[in-house]
Ligand binder design. Structure first.
Ligand code: SF4
Length: 193
């Protein structure tokens, strides 16, 4: 007979990665007070929905990152989606040919705010080894990027590190940032309304 395993935490939960960090605040007997933006940041950073835009080898590293050994889902981001309207983290992995640029930009535009972008690997970040007429020399030529992950290809640990950096940005982002003049100017510089 096969042994039955139960998902029992033998360690105290405070030390477990499944516990989300508590936001800064004040607590006493029966109450905890914090900022609304901290609570929203906490919820957003632990429930990111990635949209993998994978065009070549870095996408294979992403598959390894999603699989059981590295388990990307530990960070609340296991709900990978291919509908831009439902996702909030665009992960661009692979060589982006100039012909593909408008497609990538359209995917970005279709994502609802707030949205974040991670350029995974040398190709997405800078064109990588393909310093040639047909390859985009970094996706930040067409859309704003929040976090760059180095490597050709980056190891799964690097991709996870990129996600942790994104989570840090998401958790600390002001609720007003997306309405600020600076953000609107950033989008306008890319020709995005
Ligand atoms: S960075 Fe390297 S591994 Fe990633 S898509 Fe480019 S050539 Fe492939």
């Amino acid at each position: 007979m096969r042994p039955v395993k139960y998902n029992v935490h033998v360690k105290p939960l405070e030390n477990d990665i499944s516990m989300a960090e508590m936001p800064e605040g004040h607590q006493g007997e029966g109450f905890f007070a914090t900022q609304l933006s901290s609570v929203i940041g906490l919820a957003r950073k632990n429930s990111l929905w990635p949209l993998p835009f994978a065009t070549s080898c870095c996408g294979i590293e992403f598959m390894a990152t999603m699989a059981s050994t590295y388990d990307f889902g530990r960070f609340g981001s296991e709900r990978v989606g291919f509908s831009p309207r439902q996702c909030d983290l665009l992960m661009v992995m692979g060589t982006i040919a100039k012909k593909m640029g408008p497609v990538l930009k359209q995917v970005y535009i279709q994502m609802a705010e707030p949205r974040w972008v991670m350029a995974v690997g040398a190709c997405a970040s800078s064109g990588g080894i393909f310093d040639t007429y047909s390859v985009l020399q970094g996706i930040d030529q067409i859309i704003p990027v929040d976090v760059y992950v180095s490597g050709c290809p980056p190891r799964p640990e690097s991709i996870i590190d990129g996600l942790l950096n994104i989570q840090d940005l998401v958790g600390k982002e002001s609720l007003r940032r997306r309405n600020s003049n600076e953000y609107k100017a950033l989008l306008e510089s890319y020709g995005i309304q």
